[in-house]
Design a protein around this ligand. Structure first.
Ligand code: NAD
Ligand code: LMR
Length: 337
């Protein structure tokens, strides 16, 4: 009974939410790199259940045939295949990348740079060759540095299109909605909190002043809520005590983001998600802001919008951190030996 109410019911709800999106028969090829991992497996399942996905290509260094065989028994039309990297990515409409190492307690996301930078660089090189028009959604940490790596690889291959490369920050929005809903004692489905900046520590900037519905928290409550959202990844890392970082909530968040990318590709209007992209909106060359998604990825960057004094200070504090994180990614590709 508990399993039904806690797992199956929310899952059916999620699928209904996806299926209720407008649409016709058109379907997309989605490739997942890192498909056998903690995020990769539940994300692959959510994509197999998404009615917009007609082909799901799974790539990982291990266990992909087993994951693909298992998923292929789910009674949806979407074709599932494990493949080597070039075949998996070839002509994909959407590439989602959760490949790489997660944090353990005591680590920062930046501590993952040395291992994950190279993993993502190689995947981006393959994507530049066989899927230059794909929308690429990067989950791998440190997102603030890894997204610039993908963009630099694309620039070197003369395939760079800033409208198509995204750092997935959706989990920050999902968490903000959940925590604000808890505080207001309302359904999280009714809450939307934009989150701008980046995806680490003080670069995660929830815009509580622009929350829907409006919140009237005290200054102390705003500071505490902002800290909780900024620290939420670490909260999970510590609770998992060495067994990795957020996987299930991340799979949910990535599935939501990928669904929005596909709704944009289908030509739906007013599809808006916050994401970390190359941008001239935020005072650093990459910045997460609300984006209108369309047939070519970013249709319009809605920018920072109106901020209150507290949020302006948060942005000021985030900019030097972002500039350093971005430079690390740019240097990694351009000084690569
Ligand atoms: N953006 C976010 O909000 C967010 C949230 C949670 C986790 N993450 C990040 O996502 C990444 C993955 O986390 P996880 O918990 O799924 O880790 P995991 O270790 O469970 O899975 C990672 C998978 O990547 C695969 N992999 C490694 N190198 C690869 C390569 N070269 N090509 C293809 N696959 C490769 C591994 O074999 C493994 O199956 C981590 O870097 C983590 O920090 C980001
Ligand atoms: O915190 C992490 O290391 C994983 C991820 O970035 C998260 O926010 O949960």
């Amino acid at each position: 009974m508990k399993i039904f109410s806690q797992v199956i019911k929310p899952f059916i709800h999620l699928c209904n939410r996806f299926s209720s999106c407008k649409g016709g028969e058109e379907g997309f090829k989605v490739a997942i790199a890192g498909a056998s991992g903690g995020i990769g497996q539940p994300l692959s399942m959510l994509m197999k259940m998404n009615p917009f996905v007609k082909e799901l290509s799974l790539f990982d260094l291990q266990h992909t045939p087993g994951v693909a065989a298992d998923l292929s028994h789910i009674e949806t039309l979407c074709k599932v295949g494990p493949d080597q990297i070039y075949k998996a990515l070839k002509d994909a409409n959407v590439i989602i990348v959760p490949a790489g190492v997660p944090r353990k307690p005591g680590m920062t996301r930046d501590d993952l740079f040395n291992v994950n930078a190279n993993i993502v660089k190689e995947l981006a090189e393959a994507a530049a060759e066989v899927a230059p028009k794909a929308l690429i959604a990067i989950i791998t940490n440190p997102v603030n540095s890894v997204v610039p790596i993908v963009c630099e690889v694309m620039k070197k291959a003369d395939k760079f299109d800033p409208k198509r490369i995204f750092g997935v920050t959706t989990l920050d929005i999902v968490r903000s909605n959940t925590f604000v809903a808890e505080a207001l004692k309302i359904n999280p489905k009714e809450v939307n909190v934009p989150v701008i900046g980046g995806h680490a520590g003080n670069t995660i900037i929830p815009l509580l002043s622009r929350s829907t519905p409006r919140v009237s928290f005290s200054d102390e409550q705003i500071i505490a809520m902002t800290k909780r959202i900024q620290n939420a990844g670490t909260e999970v890392v510590e609770a998992k005590a060495g067994a990795g970082s957020a996987t299930l909530s991340m799979a949910y968040a990535a599935a939501r983001f990928a669904n929005s990318l596909m709704r944009g590709l289908r030509g739906e209007q007013n599809v808006i998600e916050c994401s970390y992209v190359a941008s001239d909106c935020g005072g650093a060359s990459y910045f997460a802001t609300p984006l209108v998604l369309g047939k070519d990825g970013v249709k319009e960057n809605l920018g920072l919008g109106e901020l209150n004094d507290f949020e302006k200070k948060e942005v000021e504090a985030a900019i030097p951190v972002l500039i350093e994180n971005i430079q690390a990614g740019v240097d990694f590709v351009n000084n690569f030996k």
